[in-house]
Write a protein that binds this ligand. Structure first.
Ligand code: ZN
Length: 159
């Protein structure tokens, strides 16, 4: 079966590519490209757009209300055929598969490494691979420098 998700989602976009399958979740989140003001899910199935927006909201606020509603409509069952995994049991298979991946990323701790860039003009979702998970910007050379310069200007204006 062809991977339906790859019709809409570009894996491996720098900066902050995630290792392994959690990249599918990160790439979905970044279809809402706020830095360039482009929505790559224009024309995509509404379920995928709803999932992306609910995930974005959950990532930035911790509020899972929308995500829980989606999960209720896309049930998953435990399957031991290929090792323990959660498999779609109804609803949209692409959405359910991604919900399963989000669950797996929580269990592995990878979810907490997905962060939205602290530059409000960017908000690119990147994988924070740093040891102490202290990253704040998608890229030090781009947003890191921009935000530091902005903070410096603010400080010098105040003093
Ligand atoms: Zn950024």
């Amino acid at each position: 079966m062809p991977d339906q998700l790859l019709r809409w989602v570009q894996l491996g976009s720098e900066p902050g590519v995630a290792p392994g399958s959690v990249e599918r979740v990160r790439a979905l989140l970044n279809t809402d490209d706020r830095f360039h003001g482009v929505d790559h899910l224009t024309g995509a199935p509404v379920g995928l757009v709803t999932l992306r927006d609910a995930l974005r909201h959950y990532l930035s606020s911790g509020d899972a209300t929308g995500l829980d509603a989606l999960a209720a409509a896309h049930p998953l069952v435990v399957s031991f055929g290929g090792g323990a995994a959660l498999e779609p049991a109804g609803g949209d298979g692409v959405v359910a598969g991604l919900l399963s991946e989000v669950h797996r990323a929580h269990a592995s701790g990878e979810w907490t490494r997905l962060k939205a860039c602290a530059n409000p003009d960017c908000q690119w979702v990147y994988y924070d691979g740093s040891r102490n998970r202290s990253g704040r910007w998608c890229s030090m050379t781009e947003c890191g420098d921009v935000m530091k310069a902005r903070a410096y200007r603010q400080r010098s204006r105040q003093s």
